[in-house]
Design a protein around this ligand. Structure first.
Ligand code: ADP
Ligand code: 5GP
Length: 188
């Protein structure tokens, strides 16, 4: 099974992914994307992302190493290595994708019914702005870019299998767990 989590940046996607990985140890594994952006805070190469140069990224594009990639923000590439999917599936684990909305919908088209695509929505753009500022690791310029992109991304929410509004965190975590459990039960 494949779980695709998409959300405007700051909606709480990383928080939800962390919850899944911690609640069900050994069952889920995050697909680690490559990116040309610099690490933030405590981020480590090979943990949150493979942090690579633009030149290296473009070489991987030429080699067709990505199942999908996007310039998510102007000048910044993000992409999913095909090898990452093989690595996680051969370990017998469920892949969790944390990617942008366009990339998520592309993967949903590729994987079809095998994938459960969930959109995590912030309660409002104002709250999204508060969370991005509160996280304290992103420049004002990048926050404004993320907020502008968020408004566009929210319009795609209806194309997902489900929408989880991350207002109260515990409620949102429970809702996510239930959607996944229901889906597993159906497939068993
Ligand atoms: P994303 O991965 O979507 O960019 P994060 O998981 O980093 O978002 O969350 C953005 C910020 O909002 C973090 O500081 C996180 O602790 C906080 N946050 C996440 N969910 C909630 C929530 N339900 N209520 C309040 N703050 C939240
Ligand atoms: P951030 O810089 O906040 O970590 O991520 C910015 C955005 O890029 C988020 O929406 C994140 O989900 C998305 N993203 C991360 N990895 C990928 C990827 O491999 N492909 C695509 N299309 N988007 C990604």
């Amino acid at each position: 099974m494949i779980i695709i989590l998409c959300a405007p940046s700051g909606s709480g996607k990383s928080t939800m992914v962390k919850h899944l990985l911690e609640t069900y140890p050994g069952q889920y594994e995050l697909s680690i994307s490559a990116t040309t952006r610099a690490p933030r805070g405590q981020e480590q190469h090979g943990k949150e992302y493979y942090f690579i140069s633009r030149e290296n990224f473009e070489q991987h594009i030429a080699n067709q190493d990505f199942i999908e990639y996007e310039q998510v923000y102007e000048g910044l590439y993000y992409g999913t290595f095909k090898s990452e999917i093989e690595r996680i599936q051969s370990a017998g684990r469920t892949i969790v994708f944390d990617i942008d909305v366009k990339g998520g919908l592309n993967l949903k088209r590729i994987f079809g019914d095998k994938a459960l695509a969930i959109f995590i929505a912030p309660p409002s753009v104002e709250e999204l702005s508060r969370r991005l500022h509160g996280r304290g690791d992103t420049s004002e310029e990048m926050i404004q870019k993320r907020l502008a992109k968020a408004e566009i991304e929210m319009a795609d929410a209806p194309h997902f299998d489900h929408i989880v509004v991350n207002d109260n965190l515990d409620t949102a975590k429970n809702e996510l767990d239930k959607l996944i459990e229901d889906r597993y039960a159906v497939r068993r």
